[in-house]
Design a protein around this ligand. Structure first.
Ligand code: ZN
Length: 492
């Protein structure tokens, strides 16, 4: 039997790290097993589902290069793959359960259910949830209620005794007393919409899903789902609940920790290769050592056995490190193309960069490549080259523990040295700049830092002499002279 797995998100928000990891694990498993990866949109909650979230789902998977074999947009033999297009089907199956005596209609009004809940809370009753009032209605009572035209929901008859067990590939057997399962949960609402549980189980069965890989937060729903499979007389699939993704503080990864939506990562300039690689290492490992995998390699080597049982910790720094590695694997030409949109956004170059603009970017790329952690870093690194930088403030020109007169002297001595750029070798110039530090008995940084701030407006810039070469001697000298004036005015 060939493996069929699915990613079944609810389009209620932007795709985030946790969801995407679930998608990737399903996708890799399908590829490694030569099976099928199915995308199913679980939009039964019509109030919370949005077209933007659905579009974000498609965009995210496309950006990552995760192609689905069956699902919306591509079709397949088990469609439709969007739950809101399958409502009739859920109704049919719910009715079938009623006819088979596995489910029943409940006519309780929301007033009655509210009062019940209130009473249970007040009495601190051990019995929480629905009291199964309608489970034992006899035929006469039921038809009387029907005749009144009362709205009804369909509830599952959860067995009143016994236990339910499901097997999880990672966690082993998970058993729950049936009396601990939500008493007779609603399967079909009075408006004819299914609940998540009903739609999810029916679809997994009808779509021939063999393995369910989903977040561990769904474990509590496991017994209920098994009871549903039993009620239908269906064989449940295999379960593999995936450990949570945590922040470094041990809390479930959330916005508190930083960006979690994939589109934010994309906007900052993370590469899909890096995100795929790192996210896959959160909760899965090959041999505990190897850290680099392309998507294609993961499609070969992924296996359920290597998923960690413990929660994975998402480390933003580590992702940044991966991203830097993948950036440096790009050719200078590729990187130039990838950086242009960021420079356009920053207003440094025109939407359709001219040849000279592109040439300038291409010349910048080799000197910043080593320092880029995310593509968006280019904006701060390129500002000095494309924008008029503001006159630096005195404090910004001063290295730690270095006074104004000393810093002024540094810049005055630097000026004639820098003018020689191009006519003597860089090493010679660097040595002469370092000699200023010796002469004035200050740190080397006490020389380089003020030059950098004067010329680039920033303490972090590409290598100094390279930057000046790109900027042009005239502009560099003018900026240096401006800084000298600023310091002179301060001394005077
Ligand atoms: Zn009822």
């Amino acid at each position: 039997m060939s493996v069929r797995v699915r990613y079944a998100p609810s389009p209620t928000g932007m795709q985030h790290i946790g969801g995407v990891r679930t998608a990737l694990f399903n996708y890799f498993f399908a590829r490694a097993q030569k099976g099928s990866f199915i995308l199913r949109v679980e939009d039964t909650d019509q109030e919370r589902s949005t077209p933007e979230a659905l579009q974000d789902l498609y965009d995210t998977l496309e950006w990552l290069g995760v192609e689905w074999d069956e699902g919306p947009l591509v079709g397949g033999d088990y469609g439709p793959y969007v739950q809101s297009q399958r409502f009739e089907l859920y109704k049919e199956y719910a009715e079938k359960l009623v006819a088979d005596g596995k489910a029943y209609r409940c006519y309780c009004t929301s007033e009655r259910l509210d009062a019940l809940r209130e009473k249970q809370t007040l009495e601190k009753s051990k019995q929480q949830g629905y009291d199964r009032h309608c489970r034992n209605l006899d035929e006469a009572e039921r038809s009387a209620l029907e005749q009144q035209g009362l709205a009804s929901v369909i509830r599952l008859k959860v067995p009143l005794e016994g236990k339910t067990t499901f097997h999880d590939v990672l966690m082993g057997d998970i058993t729950r007393r049936n009396t601990d399962v939500n008493p007779d949960p609603v399967l079909l609402k009075s408006d004819g919409f299914p609940t998540y549980h009903l739609a999810n189980v029916i679809d997994d069965h009808l779509m021939g899903i063999t393995h369910i890989m989903r977040a561990q937060e769904w474990i509590p729903s496991g017994p209920l789902h098994i009871l549903l499979y039993e009620a239908f007389g269906w064989e449940p699939p295999m379960y593999c609940h995936l450990p949570m993704v945590m922040g470094k503080d041990g809390q479930k990864l959330s916005k508190r920790h930083g960006s979690t939506s994939v589109r934010d990562f994309k906007a900052k300039g993370y590469l899909p290769e890096a995100l795929i690689n790192y996210v896959s290492m959160v909760g899965w490992s090959y041999d505990g050592e190897r850290e680099f995998f392309t998507k294609d390699e993961l499609c070969e080597v992924f296996s359920l056995e290597k998923i960690n049982k413990a929660p994975g910790v998402f480390d933003y720094k580590k992702l940044e490190w991966y991203n830097g590695m993948y950036i440096r694997q790009k050719s200078d030409g590729q990187l130039t193309d990838m950086l242009i949109p960021y420079l356009v956004d920053a207003g440094f170059v025109s939407g359709n960069p001219s040849e000279s603009e592109t040439a300038k970017i291409a010349a910048l790329v080799p000197i910043i490549k080593e320092r880029l952690k995310v593509l968006g870093d280019v904006v701060d690194m390129a500002r000095f080259l494309f924008a008029e930088i503001e006159a630096p403030a005195v404090e910004d020109l001063l290295p730690k523990k270095q006074d104004i007169p000393t810093t002024l002297e540094v810049l005055v001595r630097v000026l004639p040295i820098l003018r020689k750029l191009g006519s003597v070798g860089d090493e010679v110039l660097e040595q002469e700049l370092a000699d200023i530090a010796t002469l004035l008995d200050i740190k080397v940084n006490g020389v380089f830092m003020p030059i950098r701030v004067a010329i680039t407006g920033s303490t972090v810039s590409p290598p100094l002499l390279d930057s000046i070469r790109l900027l042009g001697m005239d502009t560099a000298v003018a900026r240096l002279e401006r800084a000298i004036t600023i310091l002179k005015n301060e001394v005077a």
